[in-house]
Design a protein around this ligand. Structure first.
Ligand SMILES: CC(=O)N[C@H]1[C@@H](OP(=O)(O)OP(=O)(O)OC[C@H]2O[C@@H](n3ccc(=O)[nH]c3=O)[C@H](O)[C@@H]2O)O[C@H](CO)[C@@H](O)[C@@H]1O
Ligand SMILES: C=C(OP(=O)(O)O)C(=O)O
Length: 437
């Protein structure tokens, strides 16, 4: 288990550039399997989950060439499909969530796709029904080995387009079904499709490879199947969750920070939600400038009632920023209700914030009320273990704001999604050390 030691209570200052988006990268990397031609991807973040998926692609026979920082060429023209039934794949595939999306393109191109129950954060039940119901609708046969928790789909005669209404707007589920449907015979419509920027980017990439997807950015996708796809060059957007994390960091440490090249038009409700907490954000070109603020006051509703911040499928507020919003509210002026609707176990980390002196009442596994200190009392340094990626970064932000030296164990969770985070934070003045275990 890796560990960070953090000396909190210092103001930070400077510029920080977001990495490429983790969740987009995972979709885009799976899409290289959709063509035997060369695909060049730029702005790939150097993070644990993405590197694990690149290893899986390599073991599957994809030819991979590093061209420069974050820029790789992939060619999936001679795959070793037998790897999919190996013990090695069972280990590697189950270690991250994003690997599930290799099934769609493999099913479309080779008539079969297998996957061990994927990993990712332990933040509650994370079912895969939406993915497999979609594949079955396209004509695939499904099998599940309960003992080994191994999923498979096969369609030796190919896939046929159809109309489907997803039971939920699943992000990776929609990506997986799109990746299969682009090469199905005839037309597929997917209603209640997820439409996060990650998916919009995937659809744009597939269209540049020759796919025919309409409705990109909406929850109704119409896909006219094509026989095959060609190569392309694709650039991954900046990571909106990292951008939200840096906004939270600036507010909690009362720092003046500029977040460079954020792609404002792809941030949805994120700036607006932080502004509701009283945090000042200025749009300067494509940067976000956050001035040093000694206090930020949560805005109530027009009728004076308490603000609720809740997650929802895009264009609603992303669940991946709720832990950070909650943490930032511990030093705000005023009260807020945080409602994490999607995941069942993502709020339990608040115990650590309570230990540090935050005023939080966990109402139930989905809801927490936070009564901010308005910096009248600072959080106290402590020792903690990072339970998941976003709780991990939230605790790191809390530690940077707290008085004294904190220790965070299990930082592999943070490294899953944040590139070289200690060095980048040090470059804006943070006192953070990575301890080798
Ligand atoms: C690798 C990747 O891209 N991971 C993201 C992806 O995970 P992933 O694609 O696994 O998440 P899903 O969108 O499938 O669902 C996430 C959770 O939300 C629930 N749910 C989903 C949709 C809905 O309309 N109602 C609802 O309650 C699901 O039951 C599930 O518990 O999307 C999640 C939701 O944005 C993000 O937290 C993850 O970071
Ligand atoms: C939940 C997340 O990731 P994953 O789906 O990879 O577990 C996340 O990025 O916040």
């Amino acid at each position: 288990m890796g560990t960070f030691q953090i000396e909190g209570g210092h103001k930070l200052k400077g510029e920080i550039r977001p990495q490429g988006a983790k969740n987009e990268a995972l979709q885009i990397l799976c899409a290289v399997l959709a063509t035997p031609e060369e695909v060049i991807i730029e702005n790939i973040p150097d993070i644990r989950d993405v590197n694990k998926l690149i290893t899986i692609l390599g073991n599957l026979g994809v030819k991979i060439q590093k061209i420069g920082k974050g820029k790789f060429a992939f060619r999936a023209d001679d795959l070793h499909l037998e790897y999919l039934e190996s013990e090695l794949f069972k280990q590697e595939g189950s270690s991250l969530r994003g690997s599930i999306m290799i099934v769609g393109p493999l099913l479309a191109r080779f008539g079969k796709g297998y996957i061990p129950r994927p990993g990712g954060d332990k933040i509650g039940r994370r079912r895969l029904d939406t993915h497999f119901e979609g594949f079955i609708k396209l004509g695939a046969k499904f099998r599940y080995n309960k003992e080994e928790r191994f999923y498979g789909v096969e369609a030796p005669k190919g896939l046929t387009g159809t109309d489907m209404l997803l039971d939920q707007a699943s992000v990776t589920g929609t990506a997986n079904i799109v990746l299969a449907a682009v090469m199905a015979k005839g037309t597929t419509t997917i209603y209640n499709a997820a439409c996060e920027p990650y998916l919009q980017q995937l659809c744009k990439m597939l269209n540049s490879m020759g796919a025919k997807i309409k409705g990109v950015g909406s929850n109704l996708l119409t896909i006219e199947g094509v026989k095959s796809l060609g190569g392309c060059t694709h650039r991954i957007l900046p990571d909106m969750i990292e951008i939200g994390s840096w906004i939270g960091l600036a507010a909690m440490t009362r720092s003046e920070i500029t977040i460079k090249d954020v792609s404002w038009e792809n941030l949805g409700l994120i700036p607006q939600t932080f502004r509701k907490l009283g945090i000042k954000l200025e749009k300067k070109g494509d940067d976000i400038y956050i001035p040093s603020q000694d206090s930020y006051e949560i805005q109530g509703y027009i009728d004076g009632s308490t603000l609720t911040v809740a997650d929802a499928p895009w264009p609603g507020f992303t669940p991946d920023l709720l832990s950070i919003v909650l943490t930032v509210c511990t030093q705000a002026k005023g009260n807020v209700l945080i409602h994490q609707k999607m995941f069942e176990s993502r709020l339990f980390f608040v115990d650590k914030l309570i230990d540090m002196g935050a005023r939080i009442i966990l109402c139930d596994p989905h809801r927490a009320t936070v009564m901010g200190h308005d910096f009248q009392s600072s959080l106290k340094a402590t020792t903690m273990v990072s339970p998941d990626i976003r709780a991990g970064i939230s605790l790191l932000i809390a530690a940077l704001s707290a008085k004294g030296i904190s220790t965070i164990h299990n930082i592999e969770q943070i490294d899953r999604g944040y590139e070289n985070i200690d060095e980048r934070l040090r470059s804006i003045g943070a006192k953070i050390t990575r301890l080798d275990n």
